[in-house]
Ligand binder design. Structure first.
Ligand code: IPD
Length: 279
């Protein structure tokens, strides 16, 4: 792909939506087959005893790779379950795929999970889609074209007071890191409006885009957790600090922060003051 123009990014957005929608249908069909009361206890795990993987994750990623291969044969894919099929060449589109973000919710029968597909070139996010199988909601964005939910334009929170901000966060799968994350949250909680931990980072970012929450932060997310959602939040006017950013704010080298412009600096200040750099 040469220089990327407006038509290209809209095309990438459409592909992301089409493929994510199809995978979302599959995720529901597989869930009906594999998820039942207590079934989570029998699931295989990855990085730690709580990091489960389901047949839904695997089957959806396989389907997404097949569909991307058919629709965009010259591109490469990085996916949560299958890793990277190849390193991208300069200028080549790379799809960053979380087949089911919120796997723990999915495996427990909770409805808050999503298929997340982002497209980037040279590490620059260009388009993305996050589709919720249960509600059917479709969140998407193309760089420079704004973000939408089912076709409605999204705007991040206009709140200007951090002490009343509702802030979402998440916890990783490593028990020691989770202990530090929980300790940071305990220090932060008394100084903001309220806290949410919904269990799906891509949808946390979409919630920032919609202004449903005023901000979101988490340390240690994987690229596929945020590739699409961070662009959706950014295109909705949120301030987004990616986990691969330089760290002048001293939030920790792998911190993601997305927040409405009126609270982003205040939230970053609080996180830094409470030791986010040590997480
Ligand atoms: C997880 C979810 C969760 C976040 C974790 C992620 P997964 O992704 O997004 O909300 O707190 O850090 O790993 O494992 O369900 O794809």
């Amino acid at each position: 792909m040469g220089p990327v123009d407006d038509q290209d990014v809209r095309t990438l957005e459409k592909v992301a939506v089409e493929v994510a929608r199809e995978a979302a249908e599959l995720a529901l069909a597989v869930r009906d087959r594999v998820v039942g009361p207590g079934s989570v206890a029998d699931l295989p795990t990855k990085s730690s005893a709580t990091d489960v993987v389901t047949e839904g994750d695997r089957e959806c990623e396989t389907r997404i790779r097949e569909r991307l291969d058919a629709l965009r044969p010259g591109d490469v894919v990085l996916g949560e379950e299958g890793g990277a099929d190849a390193d991208p060449e300069p200028g080549q589109v790379r799809w960053v795929v979380d087949p089911i973000d919120g796997t723990v919710n999915y495996a427990h029968g909770l409805p808050w999970f999503a298929v997340s597909i982002g497209a980037e070139v040279d590490g620059r996010p260009l388009a993305g889609a996050v589709v919720e199988p249960v509600s059917g909601r479709v969140w998407s964005a193309a760089v420079g074209h704004g973000a939408s939910l089912d076709g409605r334009v999204l705007r991040a929170s206009a709140l200007g007071r951090t002490p009343v901000a509702v802030v979402a966060t998440g916890l990783g799968y490593d028990p020691e890191r989770r202990r530090r994350q929980a300790a940071l949250l305990a220090r932060l909680a008394p100084e903001i409006g309220d806290v949410r931990r919904a269990g799906c980072a891509s949808l946390d970012l979409c919630s920032v885009a919609a202004g449903w929450v005023d901000g979101f932060y988490e340390h240690g997310l994987n690229h596929w957790d945020w590739a699409a959602g961070a662009l959706i939040a950014q295109e909705a006017g949120a301030v987004v600090r990616r986990p691969d950013a330089a760290d002048p704010e001293e939030l920790g080298p792998d911190a993601l922060l997305a927040a409405g412009p009126g609270v982003a600096a205040g939230l970053a200040d609080l996180l830094r003051a409470h030791g986010a750099g040590e997480i």
